[in-house]
Design a protein around this ligand. Structure first.
Ligand code: PLP
Length: 354
């Protein structure tokens, strides 16, 4: 297939390119090493070993134990498995969940579903930097609170929630803490021990790995019920024949992200500085959340005198990026994140991610 000449890609919060080293690692498992990891022969053993290696590579990225990683089809499935699985298994302890208005749609839609099943959900507000108030979090805890669901890095604006402090509050009250770290891994140091995280999700395609693969980290002793019942894979928590090539790809992407963390972050900060300087010194727009604690790969710019959609159309041969949230881009409505932030000139807001 001939590849068309494409503009510069500044939309890495939507998805990323598979790293060549990741692809190379995956390829043999599509062809010669195609065995079913559950088979009791040499073909199966090779696949099984590759999966266990990948499991330890993913675990290492977040300082987890290998036994605590469950492979899923992506972050969305890990969010569904973590939140629905946990609340169903623990409903005898309480029926209240606390989350945030600016979470990813996968979290919000899962919580709304649980509301229809009789759970109570508190949606925390955010301040004008997108941060929750720890005071409001504490005040929202009730006798029936069993779970906090709070993301690490916001996918639209890049701000970092005070995860360590949230983990401490969760521990203090004996509440479990689910953290969507899909945009955080590889960009900020994620450590489930330091941060007191009980469950966490991540995704291959946000990490220069393949699409259709992700993982749920679940601390040992945290009880969940599976969404997908089947042949007992993943200790009965996620049935279905192992997708060895994609799992191997997620493992390799996690390994590369860990080894190259420092140089990646240095490069991203340099790139961010260049882009911010370009927009501000040419008076094209101003950068939002500059004073907040931000991940290095996402910037939010409010354009001066242009709607973001119009601007991107104009620039479409030079580069691509997003307005609001890419996941909502088929529906023309104001992003729920920008709405919760009560920002001005929302139509002029551009997300650049690199
Ligand atoms: C992309 C993304 C998801 C969904 O991940 P998939 O693997 O595509 O299902 C969830 N949360 C955040 C923060 C994301 O950026």
């Amino acid at each position: 297939m001939s590849i068309p000449k494409l503009p510069l890609y500044l939309d890495n919060a939507s998805t990323t390119k598979v790293d060549k080293r990741v692809l190379e690692e995956m390829l043999p498992y599509f062809t010669d090493l195609f065995g079913n990891a559950s088979s009791n022969h040499s073909y199966g053993k090779i696949a099984k070993d590759a999966i266990e290696k990948a499991r330890s590579q993913v675990a290492d990225l977040i300082n987890a134990n290998t036994k605590e990683i469950i492979f899923t089809s992506g972050a969305t499935e890990a969010i569904n498995l973590g939140i629905k699985g946990f609340t169903e298994a623990n409903s005898h302890k309480g029926n209240h969940i606390i989350t945030v208005k600016t979470e990813h749609k996968a979290v919000l839609a899962t919580c709304e579903y649980l509301e229809s099943k009789g759970f109570e959900v508190t949606y925390l507000d955010v301040d004008n930097n997108g941060l929750i108030s720890l005071e409001q979090l504490r005040n929202s805890v009730t006798e029936s609170t069993i779970l906090f669901v709070i993301m690490y890095v916001n996918n639209e604006i890049g701000i970092i929630q005070p995860i360590k402090e949230i983990g401490e509050i969760a521990q203090e009250y004996g509440i479990s803490f689910f953290c969507d770290a899909t945009q955080a891994v590889g960009k900020v140091k994620v450590d489930i021990e330091k941060d007191n995280i009980d469950m966490l999700c991540l995704s291959g395609h946000k990490l220069n790995g393949p699409k259709g693969i992700g993982a749920l980290y679940k601390r040992q002793g945290v009880e969940i019920i599976p969404l997908i019942h089947g042949g007992g894979q993943e200790k009965g928590l996620r049935g279905g024949t192992y997708n060895t090539p994609l799992i191997v790809g997620l493992g390799k992407a996690s390994e590369v992200a860990k080894i190259e963390f420092d140089s990646n972050v240095t490069n991203l900060i340099k790139k961010r500085h260049e882009l911010e300087t370009y927009y501000e010194s040419n008076n094209i727009g101003y950068v939002n959340f500059k004073e907040a604690n931000r991940a290095p790969h996402i910037i939010s710019v409010t354009l001066i005198g242009f709607e973001a959609e119009q601007y991107l159309m104009m620039k479409s041969k030079e580069f691509v990026a997003s307005t609001g949230s890419a996941c909502n881009s088929e529906i023309v409505e104001l992003s729920h994140v920008l709405k919760a932030l009560k920002m001005k000139n929302t139509k002029n807001i551009l997300r650049l991610s690199f």
